[in-house]
Design a protein around this ligand. Sequence first.
Ligand code: HOZ
Length: 428
Amino acid sequence: MNISKSEALFSRAQQSLPGGVNSPVRAFKSVGGTPVFIRKSKGAYLYDEDDNKYIDYINSWGPMILGHAFEPVIEAIQKKATDSTSFGAPTELEIEMAELIKSMAPNIDLIRMVSSGTEACMSAIRLARGFTGRNKFIKFEGCYHGHADCFLVKAGSGIATLNIQSVPGVTTGVANDTLTAPYNNLEAVQQLIAENKNQIAAIIIEPVAGNMGCVLPQKGFLEGLRKICTEENIVFIFDEVMTGFRLAQGGAQELFQIDADLVTYGKVIGAGMPVGAFGGKLEIMQRIAPLGNVYQAGTLSGNPIAMIAGYTLLQYLKNNPAIYSELDEKATYLKNGLLKVFNNAGIPVSINQTGSMMSVFFSATPVNNFTDASASDISKFNTYFHAMLEAGIYLPPSGYESWFLSNALNLDDLNATIDTTKSTVDKW
Ligand code: HOZ
């Protein structure tokens, strides 16, 4: 495959952008090689600057659940943009967006729109601290809740991909207030709570983790956390930046029938525009300014172009609920096809999948937490990644990231992915 234009662009990019990129995982540092520079995308496919076509399994890291350049969204953006791109004043569309979200996730009383998942999660933690008057919180090893200081402890995503042990610039004081437990380990959480009685403001979790690869909650884990939070007056925060509106209309809350106190969103909620949100129970959310004194603000919050994009996509998802079972069928088909190929070739893999999120771990044992994910054969994943890329299949450039399927994928795309995997492993 000729990627000479991408190579030239990557070399030029490094003169002006740190590492040639605006977000670390894109630099292909752990998989090696040159990132391909994308020129355009449509439906299930990306096209790079050298005109190579790729079947996309990242979908902008989640937002493009119905594929790229989804026409109703593009048309709505084009129409809205003629009225100006920002007002910094309230609009009716923001109310409509909030009402739509509340109709899809009915346990949300109030919701605040922000501009990214990072912003949503850092605001939710501040709010939980303000509400409880406590400083510490618990997160899980390998979970990633954006790049705010307090989350960069034992974090997944780029932190895991680049194997960064501690992040310079995060003060000890901040890091000490972040307690961590292994994913799927209730006993470890109970121990942290016993050791920090009445000091823990929140437990924040990706209800399906997507930043250490895709890792699923074991039966009883989320339910156990819910119970602990209720008993200990701890705010239970679902980080649904990846899972929100992707695994079900009501996200992981609906899928697992868990009632979180606060929920954070990103990705699908903005249809590819920079949007995040945090919302939840009235008694907590009414502490946010201007109702309360927990301060949070943003010039571009509720931006009209971002809102119309997200609103149009969410409305479409709400009106077409069969999309979720279609996505699950496609991902299950892909998982079973890949499992057959790897099993026949005698290559140990563990594939985690729920709905349209999945990951292939080169591991003989199940992957239930970050230690398991780290013990998988990451160098084999890197080899697999490059073989797939070369054949026009674009997987996340890290074994520590989830794949995101879009409903634009068709059977031919899935079969091409399975067949390419077969021809790849046949050569190993
Ligand atoms: N942190 C994102 C995945 N978990 C990657 C963002 C990007 O590079 O676009």
